[in-house]
Design a protein around this ligand. Structure first.
Ligand SMILES: O=C(O)/C=C/C(=O)CC(=O)C(=O)O
Ligand SMILES: [Mg+2]
Length: 221
């Protein structure tokens, strides 16, 4: 692997967070969207990163903040036009991620044909787990991701249900946006997305490989 710096704290690098939407057929169906024939992409800002011990902040402008549990892929070796056949050589590891989404704002943006930035890219919209070295997950298309809110199971999905595989996504994205060491790709959420309230506690995991816990707090202005 070409990585010269330690990626174990990739969230401190301030690199791109590239998100794939509607990548589990069951999720677009629950939101009454079409199942895509090409990946749906959007970005989060580096200030979206938040780590265990710090709260997820409810943006002041939403009344419907949703959780989306997702498998994150951490890029070790950058590239443009990466062929699918060696895409996995560009992966350094994984992370469990939440794609926190202001669903009411996203719905308004969709109706107006506006970008999703306010709904998806706000501060603390990307809680991440510790870095998971690549060797820890033998097959990233064969793990279960899950999320509980206040001890109630809300989301449970298997990465084998992804529409577009990780090598396909790396290759597809790198033809549009050059991938760099330290970038994070969120691979989409399974069904079960729903709202969280102030003081809710979310616990999420990848099988029994890793888990993380976050509390939701109101933003103080
Ligand atoms: O199109 C919608 O209404 C919602 C799409 C998403 O929020 C997509 C994702 O972020 C996802 O599927 O993970
Ligand atoms: Mg998502």
């Amino acid at each position: 692997m070409a990585s010269s710096r330690n990626l174990s704290r990739f969230w401190e690098w301030g690199r791109k967070i590239i998100c794939v939407g509607r990548n589990y057929a069951e999720h677009p169906k629950e939101l009454k969207n079409e199942v895509p024939t090409e990946p749906v992409l959007f970005l989060k800002s580096p200030s979206a990163y938040v780590r265990e011990g710090a709260p997820i902040l409810l943006p002041y402008y939403t009344n419907n903040l949703h959780h989306e549990v997702e498998l994150g892929v951490v890029i070790g070796k950058g590239g443009t036009n990466i062929p699918q056949s060696n895409a996995m050589d560009h992966v350094e590891g994984y992370a469990l991620c939440l794609d926190m989404t202001a669903r009411d704002i996203q719905d308004q943006c969709k109706k107006k044909g506006l970008p999703w930035t306010l709904a998806k890219a706000f501060n603390t919209s990307c809680p991440v787990s510790d870095f998971i070295p690549k060797e820890t997950i033998q097959d990233p298309h064969n793990v279960k991701i899950w999320l509980k809110v206040n001890d109630n199971l809300r989301q449970e999905g298997h990465t084998s249900s992804m529409i577009f595989s990780i090598p396909f996504l790396i290759s597809y994205i790198s033809r549009i946006i050059t991938l760099e060491e330290g970038d994070l790709i969120l691979t989409g959420t399974p069904k079960g997305v729903a709202a969280v309230q102030e003081n809710d506690e979310m616990v999420a995991g990848i099988d029994d490989i890793i888990s993380m816990k976050f509390q939701v707090k109101k933003q103080t202005q």
